[in-house]
Design a protein around this ligand. Structure first.
Ligand SMILES: NC(=O)C1=CN([C@@H]2O[C@H](COP(=O)(O)OP(=O)(O)OC[C@H]3O[C@@H](n4cnc5c(N)ncnc54)[C@H](OP(=O)(O)O)[C@@H]3O)[C@@H](O)[C@H]2O)C=CC1
Ligand SMILES: CCCCCCCCCCCCCCCC(=O)[C@@H](N)CO
Length: 327
């Protein structure tokens, strides 16, 4: 079996990995799994109490507890310029060296109908953009300024650094009710595609960029977002089964180890990815292209079925302004 697996393109043993959003949900699971593979970890989130609990879990999972080290940094990723200070602190802790891998997982979601009168939809949209897009954008810029500096030039053959973004399958296939959230996850893809080309300007500072596209994760974040989630959104997203943070993190890491640029973690997610590749790098040029050719036929039916479902909902429930409020 080992022979068939190919080279691990995301080795973490002895490396230092910084993860934002690492105190719960998928970020915590990713931290635990990377600790078990021998990584040193820097966990970033706001709440110190939860970070301290997370550090205990991560330490307990360590492959070689005697040599691996773990710390946390409390920071709000929605604040302008937060990342420069986080990276400076990380470098000081790491004996003067920048982290080798940065994975932006901190995120939030406020699903709402766009024309809803009960909520400040635009405030929610700005907040989602601040946390999800700007939180990742600021971090990627702070770490890339380090990795790409002339002082840190090595050679094209050197082991690459990795910047990993976390988007959502909603950036591959958007559904009703996620107006305040989905654009922030599409924006991440736009930045990643830009960087994937831009990094070629620095052949002596090899860096790989990746985007991970989870579907529903059974996490504290999901409980929070379900408080405002429209019923029709809940009904439509049932078609993509929810997974535990452990499973999502394991599949994400497996994709990174295969060297994928866009990592999807489910069958549907992979189909959606192949349908929307544009100019982005393929995992397999042959398969992704073939599936991409079939997808318009599938979407011909999916589009009709889903829009019909939404229209049926409207017929059953009347104008959204008249929906009975959730308790
Ligand atoms: N849950 C889902 O169904 C899906 C989620 N995703 C995305 O996957 C990622 C993980 O999701 P999930 O496991 O649900 O995450 P959770 O919401 O359960 O956890 C979020 C983590 O991010 C941290 N965080 C949130 N806001 C900030 C902030 N402003 N500054 C710093 N840290 C912050 C939280 O800690 P603290 O609050 O202490 O700061 C926590 O550690 C997110 O990017 C999410 O958008 C994608 C697809 C589906
Ligand atoms: C081949 C194409 C078939 C299309 C079927 C469509 C099924 C719709 C699946 C939508 C799943 C939405 C998950 C939301 C995840 C997320 O990001 C939020 N929970 C925010 O955190």
């Amino acid at each position: 079996m080992g022979l068939l697996k190919g080279k691990n393109k995301f080795p973490v043993e002895g490396k230092t990995v910084l993860i934002t959003g690492a105190s719960e949900g998928m970020g915590l699971s990713a931290a635990i799994q990377l600790a078990a593979k021998g990584a040193n970890l820097i966990l970033v989130a706001r709440n110190v109490g939860r970070l301290e609990e997370a550090i205990v879990l991560v330490k307990n999972a360590a492959k070689s507890p005697a040599t691996q080290k773990f710390t946390y940094i409390s920071a709000d990723v929605s604040e302008h310029n937060y990342a420069a200070a986080v990276i400076a602190q990380a470098i000081a802790w790491n004996g003067g060296a920048a982290p080798d891998i940065v994975w932006c997982i901190a995120g939030m979601s406020t699903p709402l109908l766009w024309a809803s009168e009960e909520h400040d939809v635009m405030a929610a949209t700005r907040r989602n953009m601040d946390v999800n897009f700007f939180g990742s954008a600021e971090m990627s810029r702070a770490i890339l300024k380090e990795w790409l500096s002339p002082e840190n030039s090595t050679s094209p053959k050197a082991e690459p650094k990795h910047i990993v973004f976390t988007s959502s399958v909603l950036a591959l296939f958007a559904i009703v009710g996620y107006g305040p959230y989905t654009p922030s996850k599409w924006a991440i893809r736009g930045l990643a595609d830009t960087l994937a080309m831009e990094l070629n300007l620095y052949p002596d500072n090899p860096v790989k960029v990746h985007v991970v596209y989870p579907a529903t994760i059974i996490s504290p974040g999901l409980e929070r977002e379900n408080k405002t989630k429209p019923e029709i959104t809940l009904a439509l997203e049932k078609d993509e089964p929810p997974e535990t943070p452990e499973v999502v993190a394991r599949r994400a890491i497996a994709g990174l180890e295969r060297g994928e640029y866009f990592v999807t973690m489910s069958f549907l997610g992979n189909l959606m990815r192949c349908a929307i590749m544009g100019g982005s790098e393929r995992n397999s040029w042959v398969w992704d292209t073939l599936i991409g050719w079939i997808m318009p036929v599938i979407y011909f039916f999916v589009g009709r079925i889903m829009n019909q479902q939404v229209r049926g909902w409207a017929k059953m429930n009347g104008h959204p302004a008249k929906y009975v409020k959730k308790a």
